[in-house]
Design a protein around this ligand. Structure first.
Ligand code: RIB
Ligand code: CA
Length: 323
């Protein structure tokens, strides 16, 4: 497994994603960079530090990133799902950060870690893609040091924050377009069409809580998130979108993907932030509207025979640490 950098807007499902990587003894979590999104970047940064401290990974560097999208103001945050502090109001009961945030910004930390790495590194952005777009724009020469960019975002069909857009891509469509059409870097997109099929229920959360102090603390973070997703799904369960994307990042091949040229709607109509997957045959694309954008692997299903139940069990196993 290549080393990993997570770019994140914790966020309850981000917390589970960070914990999954931080608790895995086979994963080298080089750093965590933060971005605005579910809550403002000051809160996402504090939350990231505290989640790492909870998991005994307080030495992992945390650097603060973008506080707003690349181009257009975007005051919308997702407190309705993640609570006022981003962690169901429970951030302050997590352990204090063990170290201050890095003295450099998110993009600079990513560049520094990528340059130092002996092997190409996996980037796992699980919030708005502003930091990643800035990295690719400012340091294109760093792309060979990137193994893959495994992104939680997008909706092939539908949306969550609007009828046609998913929150991460909708938060900064210009950044998402830059990343998903960037030549010379392998992206894997894990859309909500897939993550919604892997909701976890209250017994799953309770089993995690019973596994030990870390699991109990993570369960505590889900109060507001469970309320939100009980309304969204119509049943008591939650969707750990980001943990599923990080599962693919740390366990390559977990998800089955198909490659399509992608685009993002950057206009200001009702479909702003929508993911456009061109599923036409290549021959037809070449004949009608040739595009130079490379196809991107989009996760459509679980790869293994054990299906979504197998992934739920594997996620629980990865988080239920008795440290
Ligand atoms: O749409 C789900 C995504 O938006 C997840 O990353 C969640 O944390 C929010 O950021
Ligand atoms: Ca997120």
């Amino acid at each position: 497994m290549p080393a990993l950098i997570i770019d994140t807007d914790p966020g309850v499902d981000d917390a589970f994603a960070i914990a999954l990587a931080a608790l895995d003894p086979h994963v080298e979590l080089l750093g965590v960079t933060t971005v605005y999104g579910n809550v403002p970047v000051e809160a996402t940064t504090r939350n990231a530090q505290r989640i790492l401290a909870l998991c005994g990974a307080g030495g992992v560097p945390v650097a603060k990133g973008a506080e707003r999208p690349l181009v257009h103001p975007h005051p919308h945050r997702a407190r309705y799902a993640h609570g006022t502090d981003g962690l169901s109001g429970r951030s302050d009961v997590l352990p204090e950060p063990l170290s201050p945030i890095a003295g450099i910004g998110a993009v600079e930390l990513m560049v520094s870690l990528l340059r130092q790495a002996d092997e190409p590194v996996v980037l796992a952005p699980i919030g708005p893609l502003t930091n990643i777009a800035l990295l690719l724009a400012a340091y294109p020469e760093i792309k060979p040091q990137i193994d893959r960019i495994v992104i939680m975002g997008g909706a092939v069909d539908g949306g969550n924050v609007t009828a046609r857009a998913e929150f991460n891509l909708w938060s900064d469509p210009e950044a998402a377009r830059r990343v998903l059409t960037e030549p010379g870097v392998r992206c894997v997109l894990v859309p909500m069409d897939l993550t919604y099929q892997c909701a976890v229920d209250v017994p799953w959360l309770d089993e995690l809580a019973a596994s030990g102090p870390i699991g109990a603390a993570l369960r505590e973070l889900t109060t507001d998130y469970l309320d939100h997703y009980t309304k969204t799904l119509g049943r008591p369960a939650v969707v750990m979108h980001d943990a599923i994307a990080v599962a693919e990042a740390i366990w390559p091949g977990t998800l089955r993907t198909e490659a399509f040229p992608l685009d993002i709607e950057c206009g200001f109509g009702p479909a702003r932030g929508a993911l456009i997957t061109d599923r036409r045959r290549r021959e037809l694309i070449a004949e009608t509207a040739p595009t130079d954008t490379e196809p991107v692997a989009v996760a459509l299903d679980i790869a293994s025979e054990s299906g979504f139940d197998g992934l739920r069990r594997r996620l629980l196993g990865g988080l239920a640490q008795s440290r």
